[in-house]
Write a protein that binds this ligand. Structure first.
Ligand SMILES: *Cc1c(COP(=O)(O)O)cnc(C)c1O
Length: 410
């Protein structure tokens, strides 16, 4: 029998240390450190990436009679829920073939005088085509909101992704790099917009003691369990239970509800984030180096494609997005790897119109490329805890399923 796989998280989050919890360790505030890291004047902290987006949309809505928001047809379902929460209409843009980025023609076609904002999404550490989306948005008088939830630290032409559009947001949820267990960061280019975002936040996201206690306990739990040896309990067991029942959305945590908490982040968690964020740049550099080596191994496997950086961009590497030749081959690989908890999984299970809990509000859509992306993609963790030997075994499995299916199809 082969050795057991080492359990690793599906994305490379910055591990917390107990000393991050030590109140005597002084550091600049989390907002100051993030602003310096992003090279922006200020950063607004919110209780989640979704809350940050709700605050952005609520603020923009006040200034305009436009009522629809364009978002990619393959993204985090919370983005669609946030748009609906604000009483706005989500308009789904199909992806370009084999890409996470919007299809330019679809985007152009969907734009009209009712479009309040276009959400430009930087998925999985990659950076989308900001030139294209900003020029289309400008032509139609729409705002650009960058969803950099998964791409804190990614770079577009020397500037940080998330800071180029009118408004940008980042997620500080567990599993998204830097974490407060749940949290979000909001930035805006225009000082007047920044001021309006603060006002909206103080109005709709007040301090709530119970939420803060709950999140503080969850963050302590995360510190206890987010480490090799404990992940079997925190991640592996629930994953396998859900997969046994074939509850795929539960397995990857895609089963969101429309009730979205809105509250301020308290100082206990802010201070933990403030101490941890000092390690973020070095951590991201180490991930990039590991990714460069491992991408080379993946590239040697025929008929699969790793989604890389577009020209002029330098992304971060929480995980690899790998396009398999067909859904059947992707699922053959997942049959061997998913339940192992070895860091191979799926990102979002469906294109947005295919989530049962969104169907009623979104209706039917013709988004073939988004569906194809959901059906052929798998992700491989770039966690530093994923052993070299296990990464090689993952590559062997991928090479094996590709070869077998290719031989059978001849
Ligand atoms: C996670 C995620 C969000 C929402 O962020 P939360 O902090 O989980 O609320 C938004 N967009 C994308 C692409 C995400 O991955």
């Amino acid at each position: 029998m082969r050795d057991a796989w080492r359990e690793v998280p599906p994305t490379a989050g910055l591990p917390l240390r107990w000393r991050d919890f030590n109140p005597r360790r002084k550091s600049p505030s989390l907002e100051e450190s993030l602003a310096a890291f992003l090279e922006v004047p200020s950063v607004q902290l919110e209780c989640s990436g979704t809350a940050a987006l709700i605050i952005a949309l609520t603020t923009l809505k006040q200034t305009s009679s436009r009522r629809s928001v364009i978002l990619p047809a393959y993204t985090c379902p919370l983005v669609a829920l946030a748009v609906l929460h604000c009483g706005l209409t989500p308009v789904l843009c199909d992806l370009a073939p084999g890409s996470f980025d919007d299809c330019a023609e679809s985007l152009e076609r969907l734009c009209n005088t009712d479009v309040l904002a276009i959400i430009a999404t930087h998925l999985g550490g990659r950076v989308c085509d900001l030139d294209r989306v900003t020029s289309i948005a400008q032509r139609h008088g729409a705002f650009v909101i960058e969803d950099a939830a998964q791409s804190l630290g990614a770079v577009w032409r020397g500037r940080k992704a998330g800071t180029i559009g009118d408004i940008g947001f980042f997620s500080l949820a567990a599993g998204k790099g830097l974490t407060l267990y749940e949290g979000g960061a909001l930035v805006a280019r225009d000082p007047a917009v920044r001021k309006a975002l603060e006002e909206t936040s103080s109005r709709i996201a007040p301090y709530q003691l119970l939420w803060e206690w709950r999140r503080a306990l969850q963050l302590i739990g995360y510190r206890l369990l987010y480490r090799p040896g404990m992940l079997r309990i925190a991640y592996g067991l629930p994953l396998r239970r859900a997969l046994r029942k074939r509850q795929f959305t539960a397995a990857i945590g895609d089963d969101f509800t429309s009730s979205i908490p809105l509250h301020r982040v308290g100082s206990f968690r802010r201070n933990i984030g403030a101490r941890a964020v000092t390690r973020l740049p070095a951590f991201l550099d180490a991930l990039s180096m590991q990714a460069a080596i491992r991408r080379r191994l993946l590239r040697s496997i025929p008929r699969i494609a790793v989604i890389g950086d577009a020209e002029g961009t330098r992304g971060t590497w929480p995980f690899f997005m790998v396009m398999m030749p067909t859904t059947e081959v992707r699922d053959l690989a997942l049959n061997q790897l998913w339940t192992a908890g070895a860091g191979v999984t799926r990102l979002f299970i469906h294109a947005l119109p295919d989530y049962p809990y969104l169907q009623a509000q979104l209706g039917t859509h013709h988004v073939p490329n988004a569906r194809d992306f959901a059906a052929r993609m798998l992700t491989i963790s770039n966690s530093p805890w994923l052993l070299k030997a296990d990464f090689h075994r993952i590559c062997d499995v991928l090479a094996g399923v590709v070869t077998v299916s290719f031989a059978n199809s001849r």
